[in-house]
Design a protein. Structure first.
Length: 201
């Protein structure tokens, strides 16, 4: 792809770094931005920059938040004795959109994947251990995608907490094997949460 402008080329290179965005799609986005008012493009740039400068990770669950404690953890109407453990905040948002779950969350920041060099120490497991050790959690719901990595992470956590007085349950497999939680429809995902089953080792 030949460019007559180094500025356009730089913008295309930056946008094509997004997942699923190739050079041609990035070029269409650049052409669209060139036609928009400067203030609109400045607002977009400011919004993207704030993702890195103004977002926090909730000190309780690890979710992205505008403050030190997210609006789920600070909501007194949520059941803090039930914690839904998810891979990332994208999955948390998917579950929230079902309106079927009223507990709290814990975001691991990934799944155990030895093939990719990701072990338990790379994930947000220590803070989950501390939350469980505090004795206020009655149930942990493992809400991972139905993949080898999801099953491995569930097995690891179930073993880790098996001697503690906490129930370990899994979302029901209304989600297809190999399917991603973030792409499941709200009805299927909602039923999976409501019809969760206790994890048996």
């Amino acid at each position: 792809m030949q460019f007559t402008s180094a500025v356009v080329e730089q913008a295309v290179e930056a946008l094509s770094g997004f997942p699923g965005i190739g050079k041609r799609s990035a070029l269409r986005m650049v052409m669209h931005l060139l036609k928009r008012p400067e203030a609109e493009v400045a607002n977009l740039a400011d919004a993207v920059l704030k993702l890195k400068t103004e977002l926090h990770l909730c000190k309780v669950c690890g979710n992205v938040s505008d403050s030190n404690v997210c609006n789920v953890c600070s909501n007194p109407s949520r059941d803090a004795s039930v914690v839904c453990v998810v891979e990332d905040f994208n999955d948390q948002m998917s579950i929230e959109s079902t309106s079927q779950y009223h507990g709290t969350y814990h975001i691991l920041g990934g799944l155990i994947s030895p093939m990719d060099g990701i072990g338990p120490e790379e994930l947000n497991i220590q803070s989950l251990t501390e939350r469980v050790a505090a004795g206020t959690i009655k149930e942990l719901i493992m809400a991972f995608s139905a993949t080898v990595e999801g099953d491995t992470t569930t097995y690891y956590l179930a073993r880790k907490f098996r001697d503690l007085p906490v129930k370990i349950s899994c979302i029901s497999r209304g989600i297809a094997i190999g399917g991603e939680i973030a792409y499941a429809d709200e009805l299927t995902l909602g039923r999976s949460i409501v019809n969760r089953t206790e994890y048996k080792m």
